[in-house]
Ligand binder design. Sequence first.
Ligand code: NDP
Length: 332
Amino acid sequence: SREIHLAQRPHGVPDADTFALEEVQLPDPGPDEILVRNHWMSVDPYMRGRMSGARSYVAPYQVGAPLEGGAVGVVCKCGSGRFDPGDVVLHGLGWRDMALVRHDAAQRLDISRVPEQAYLGILGMPGLTAYAGLVEVAPVRAGDVVLISAAAGAVGSAAGQFARKLGAARVIGSAGGPEKCIHVVEELGFDAAIDYRQGELEDQLHDVAADGIDVYFDNVGGEQLEAAIGALRVHGRIAICGAISQYNATRLPPGPRNLFRLIQTRGTIRGMLVSDHAHLKRRFFEQAGRWLADGSLRYHETVVEGLENAPRAFCDLLAGANTGKMLVRLVD
Ligand code: NDP
């Protein structure tokens, strides 16, 4: 079987030297294990953090060891009686064709109504992140003006649609480039989009939200966060979900210069971690499942073929090559 290992920790932007494709011989599954043939693996921005050695909320990847991450596959051999061959499961040992998974680290999936890879995106961790952010971290109230950054991405595209479902009066997205901005408005139903690469964020934001914003769901940090603080209305709420504009930084830029604005607005900025919101899973799952079934929730995928191309998929994700969830398909 093949696996992608961390060859060396990246300094700045990861490249081909960061990764190594290795052949390994897997043993038969033990009594608490199942052998899974992975169909899909996820590449996610948080993996950049795990590639560096820095202390965080998850342990760093080890140099010379396989990378890990969300994956969906089919059980081929069972040591454990909890699963049967043919079961489709979600687990955390992506970045490899075959995975030896502990039976308590795999979740059987119902794929009767959605494609299996939806559990890595809209019905999975990114979808729950968007939902939790707008329900609990920076709650959306009826009539709010809501701004979402990385709006064409996995989390952002879901967040914009959830904001509307939660009663937002106006939903604005920001994304890189005109095509993504058109996608966000025409395919995902945002009211407006701004292209952060065009600069003049404050002016652009003023054009689409002249009276300011009530909620900002931040996926990127940096200048966009500062512009959002500047546009925040009284009692506005900001969820710090991600800061992808800084993940490859070798020296962190100074933070927002306008935090004093929070005094005038009595605004709130709150960090979030999706794993704190597991109690929302069932409710999220039922609601999102219903919205998918009635066609009112849309999602897109950017699919890269083959394990050998997973490093490229990851680097492309950080560079913004994806629309919707970035996935790697491991078998036809
Ligand atoms: P996306 O699908 O949104 O892909 C990442 C996107 O980030 C790219 O498509 C790109 O879009 C954008 N981007 C890249 N570089 C920059 C930059 N310099 N400035 C602005 N945008 C940039 O990824 P996810 O939906 O999986 O994740 C979105 C964010 O949510 C990430 O920050 C991630 O770390 C965070 N996250 C946090 C979780 C939590 O629990 N706190 C859980 C899950 C995700 P564009 O072309 O528009 O630039």
